[in-house]
Design a protein around this ligand. Structure first.
Ligand code: ADP
Ligand code: ZN
Ligand code: ZN
Length: 734
């Protein structure tokens, strides 16, 4: 008897750790693995991906349903598919959910792989003849001359010639130019030269370009040291070898300014992937990369899933940035996954930062990464001077000391711009009744033990919860004692903006935080308008990077004291990175910069180490403490989280889960420790009670063996049906 026809084992986007059997439309073979299919599932249809072929596991009397192909060949194959399988294993998530996370939304819904030709313009033969006759200095003549050398895509024209569209229309009407569709790869590079690399940059570039195969490199260079220049040289080298480069940037780092710099310097189309694109645009870029047409892809976190058939280099800029970690669904870390892909693709992976994560520094110290240092700012730029302002017993106006007022005044008078940094948006963090002590709390996020204050917004008219988004009007009178003496307590960015506008009314005062700028292009437009004239920016950590401010001479940090006393073991690292990043914005080659740090705790060891020894001195101390305490990078963690409307359900589930892990003692390595379960640091959010169970182990392998063994039982727990639970491997927020 011959073997029965193999069935398709399909990964479906469902929270179940298994594959699903379907009959193939026609005889299938190994080449069909990675092909998308549409399948009936219950009373709906789902889009899935063929993960394997095999024998049907049929219950008696059931008949397999048939799948239909969505593509004529596999969409996910080779390295990308195997890396995603690895990711499913590492995050202990169903393969179908991982694949659905990796695919752009349009492809996940089953839409066909889109056409990816770019619109380009070229000079016709008639145009070549007519060119000398076009009026000198006119825009049509400039455009025609520009197209004389080679066709240009619309992106490049947007960047090079203002108002080119009307000129193109005029010329097209006379048959002198025409619009064509080209694969992006057919546009020849037209790179512009940059500054000559200095010795440290040259050494870094050489280390990257001579790497053959996988090589993890940490480019550790102060702000303004020319890391981006190093990326550009490495990418140009990669392009010259006919390979693709993938560049990951943090959410706020992908500015039009930055893209324009890449386009101009590399002279090829640069494909951007970010949350501002619609589904169609995202799918098109993905497809262009899949076909090998996109040569340089610059994108935020999820761009790490870009197919790279001709990979040559992966760059992760600001590798320490928290936006690389996905906080819901499949909780992957884009930097870490970039390293996995780089290894599978046998290409160098360049991690860059002025404030490397302790994980990466640790790897560099262990010689697992090549450590490339840029110690000084490039060109003639000097590092900013740093001054600590002790504000104990000083009078403060909306949180600003008289000394700081004076410094802002001086900086503006000298023609500079000022950045005032406060990591708390809104007008004031608390609304308090002066007569009875009542304060406004969020009903959906508070517990009797842990009330959550609502933030005062809109100059004192509105209350908003920063955790669940709930909003309400500020009450006229105290709900408890009817007093009218309700007072905003403390200081947020809105209040500082108000005070600065009062004190420095003759210059623009611009507030940048998540409240003031919902849309990214709105943010860019604000910066454009702000220009380079004297003015003041007030804002949260959104200002720590992003748009390049050439005329910024003073950075004033006025609200960091909260961060000095947090319970989270990563709080110190995050605060140090933020301080260095925001300070790094002060000063340029032609203008010295200053940083003023206003604090009630000038003697705090973190500030002292950071100011006297810099980031690396801080990192040394912090790593020693992590090692002593058994925290990452010296231990590996996984966090089982649960939430539910019923107050007791999360803890009940986690206790049961803990028992399940304990029951597997023979299969679980002894080094794995379970801590908790405990209520989450925010024990309630948006009406849901939250708790967590922490697993830790001195090595990754032990942790994953335990998870592999225990999770199957956790899925099956009756208590699991009463909660929403998730597993976070390498959590960044505990
Ligand atoms: P980073 O990415 O480390 O912040 P950039 O690459 O953006 O630094 O460089 C900071 C500034 O210094 C830019 O204006 C850049 O053009 C300039 N620059 C970089 N390298 C050099 C160099 N070798 N010589 C002169 N200027 C340089
Ligand atoms: Zn009251
Ligand atoms: Zn709330």
């Amino acid at each position: 008897m011959s073997d029965p026809e193999p069935v398709l084992k399909i990964a479906l986007p469902l929270p179940l750790p298994r594959l699903f059997d379907y009959r193939a439309p026609q005889a299938a073979d190994a080449d069909d693995i990675g092909r998308r299919v549409r399948v009936p599932f219950g009373n709906r249809e789902l889009v899935g991906v063929v993960a394997a072929l095999g024998a049907a596991e049929l219950g008696p009397g059931t008949e397999l349903k048939r799948a239909t192909w969505l593509d004529d060949r596999a969409l996910l194959h080779g390295e990308l598919l195997s890396s995603l399988r690895w990711l499913a294993g590492y995050t202990h998530a169903p393969l179908g959910e991982v694949l659905a996370t990796a695919l752009p939304a349009a492809l996940r819904r089953g839409e066909p792989l889109p056409d990816t030709h770019v619109r380009a313009w070229r000079l016709t033969e008639a145009g070549e003849t007519a060119l000398p006759g076009l009026r000198q200095g006119s825009r049509p003549r400039r455009l025609a001359k520009w197209l004389h050398a080679q066709p240009r895509d619309e992106d490049a024209l947007d960047a090079d010639i203002e108002g080119w569209r009307s000129a193109a229309r005029t010329l097209a009407q006379r048959g002198l130019v025409e619009c064509i569709a080209l694969p992006a790869s057919q546009l020849a590079p037209q790179p512009q030269p940059g500054p000559e690399p200095n010795a440290e940059q040259a050494a870094a570039i050489a280390a990257i370009t001579c790497s053959d195969g996988f090589a993890p490199l940490l480019l550790d260079g102060v702000t303004g040291s020319g890391k981006t220049e190093v990326y550009l040289h490495a990418i140009a080298h990669c392009l010259a070898r006919g390979r693709q480069a993938l560049v990951l940037v943090p959410e706020i780092g992908l500015t039009p300014q930055m893209l324009a710099r890449f386009r101009a310097r590399l002279g090829v189309p640069v494909h951007a992937l970010h949350s501002g694109l619609n589904d169609g645009e995202r799918a098109r870029t993905w497809a262009a990369a899949w076909r090998g047409e996109a040569r340089v892809i610059v994108g935020t976190r999820s761009a790490v899933f870009t197919p790279l058939p001709d990979a040559g280099l992966i760059v992760v800029d600001e590798e320490h940035d928290a936006s690389y970690k996905q906080q819901d669904g499949i909780r992957y870390h884009a930097r870490d996954f970039a390293l996995v892909r780089g290894k599978a693709l046998a290409v160098p992976v360049l991690l860059g930062s002025a404030t490397p994560s302790l994980e990466s520094l640790h790897n560099a110290r262990q010689d697992r990464y090549t450590h490339l240092r840029l110690h000084r700012r490039a060109g003639d730029a000097k590092p900013p001077s740093v001054r600590v302002v002790d504000v104990r017993k000083r009078p403060l106006d909306a949180g600003l000391s008289p000394e700081l007022h004076g410094a802002i005044h001086a900086a503006l008078a000298a023609g500079g711009q000022v950045l005032v940094f406060k990591n708390r948006r809104g007008y004031a963090p608390v609304l308090l009744c002066h007569d009875c002590g009542w304060s406004a709390h969020c009903k959906r996020c508070s517990t009797p033990e842990q009330p959550m204050p609502m933030t005062v917004h809109a100059g004192g008219r509105r209350l908003q919860c920063h955790h669940c988004g709930a909003r309400q009007a500020v009450p006229m009178a105290c709900p408890d004692c009817a007093s009218l003496a309700l007072q905003p307590q403390g200081v947020g960015t809105e209040r500082i903006e108000e005070e600065l506008a009062r004190a420095f009314g003759d210059v623009p005062v611009l507030r940048i935080d998540r409240g003031s700028t919902r849309r990214k292009d709105a943010l860019e437009q604000l910066f454009e308008k702000f220009g380079t004239q004297p003015g003041i920016l007030v804002g949260t950590q959104m200002l720590a990077k992003g748009h390049d401010l050439r005329n910024l001479t003073l950075v004033a940090v006025v609200g960091i004291d909260e961060g000095l006393f947090s319970a989270d073991f990563r709080a110190g690292e995050k605060l140090a990175q933020l301080l260095i990043q925001v300070s790094g914005r002060a000063g340029r080659a032609d203008k010295a910069g200053a940083v003023w740090l206003q604090t009630h705790h000038p003697e705090h060891p973190l500030l002292q180490t950071l100011i006297n020894g810099g980031y690396h001195a801080f990192a040394e101390t912090e790593l020693a403490q992590r090692e002593a305490a058994g925290f990452p990078p010296f231990a590996h963690l996984a966090l089982l989280r649960a939430e539910a409307k019923q107050a007791d359900a999360p803890m009940a589930f986690l206790h049961a889960a803990k028992k399940a892990f304990h029951a597997l003692e023979d299969e679980t390595p002894a080094q794995v420790q379970l801590h908790g379960p405990l209520p989450a640091p925010m024990p309630r959010r948006a009406g849901m009670y939250r708790a967590q169970l922490l697993l830790s182990a001195p090595n990754r392998r032990a942790l994953h063996i335990a998870l592999d063994a225990g999770l199957a039982d956790v899925y099956a727990l009756p208590e699991a049906r009463k909660v929403r639970w998730s597993l976070d491997v390498d959590p960044v927020d505990l």
